[in-house]
Design a protein around this ligand. Sequence first.
Ligand code: NAP
Length: 315
Amino acid sequence: MAETRDTVILGSGCAGLTAAIYSARANLKPLVLEGHEPGGQLSITSLVENFPGWPEGIQGPELIDNMKRQATRFGAEFQLAHLEKVELGAHPFRLHTSAGEVHTRTLIIASGASARWLGLPSEQALIGHGVSSCATCDGFFFRGKEVGVVGGGDSAMEEALFLTRFASKVTLLHRRPTFRASKIMLERAMAHPNIEFRTNCVIDEVLGVEEKEVKGIKLRDVVTGMTEDLRLDGLFLGIGHEPNAKAFAGQIDLDDDGYVLTRENILTTRKGLVIPGVYACGDVQDRKYRQAITAAGTGCMAALEAEKYLEEHGR
Ligand code: NAP
C-alpha cells in the first residue's frame, strides 16, 4: 500500500527547497523527490552575486546546501528519486517514482530545467570527452587548453569568463551578431583578453569522435556559407535550458516549448481549468525571469497555496 503524504515536492533546486522550507514550517512534513539533478542549476553554478543577503556573493552549491539544511531542520524529508509517471486524475494524486509509489494530497512541481544541447550526433558522442554543459563542473580539466563556448546569453558569458581561470584561450561562438546577455556580463566577457568572439557562426560537427576526445569543430559562417575547422580541446554549451515537465504532458497544460502554463504564477491548469492541489514553481514554469530569487519566490507561493488548500480540505 503506497504511503499518502500531504505534500510532495518534485525537485530540489531553489524553488523546490524554498517550497520545502515553507511547507515544513507549516508542519506538512513535505517529501522532496530530489530528481535527476539534485540541487538543480545552482548546484553547478559558481559565484551567485545577485541573491539578496550575500553582499559578497555566495557559491551556488553552498546556497543550495544551506537551503536544504534549513528545510531539513523544520522536518522536510528528502529522497534521491525521480518521477516516472503521474496520475492526476485520482485524488490523492498518484506518483510513480524510481523509488516506488507515493500518493499525495498536494503536489508542487519544481522540477526545473536542464541544459540544452545542439543535438549533433558528434556532440552527443563526445559528452564527457571534451563536450560539456557545465563549466563549473568540468572547467578544471582544461588547464592551459583552448576551449569554445556556444551561446549569446548570460550563461554563455558566465561560462566563458569562468573558463578563463583554466583555459589559455576561450572562443565564444554565437549564431547571431547581437546578444541576449545582460550588458554587464557581455562587457566583462568582451573586455577579457583571453576571450575571442566569433559571431554569425554555427557548428556543423564536433571533431574527434574516432579519437574519443574533442579535437575541434567544423564551423560554418551563416552569412558567407564558408566552413572551416577550428582546433579546440573542449566545447561548452551555454545555449539555455529545457523544462523538465515531460511526465506531465496531457495531464496539465504545457506551452509549445514544454513549460508548465500557470495562472497567478503557480496555479496549474488542465484544458484551461485550474487543477486544485497541483502547483508549479521555478524554472519549470518560468520562461521569462529564470532567476534564483524568482524561483525561490514562486516556491514560497506554491507552498502557501498548498497549505491553504489542505486547510480548506480539513487537514
Ligand atoms: P538565453 O538567455 O535563452 O540564451 C541562450 C543563448 O543560446 C541565445 O543567445 C541563443 O541564441 C543561443 N542558442 C539557443 N539555442 C541554440 C542553438 N541550437 N544553437 C546555437 N545557439 C543557440 O539562456 P541563458 O543564457 O541560459 O540565460 C537564461 C536566463 O538566466 C536569463 O534570464 C539570464 O539572464 C539568466 N542567467 C543569469 C546569470 C547571471 O546573472 N549571472 C547567469 C546565467 C543565466 P539566440 O540569441 O540567437 O536565440
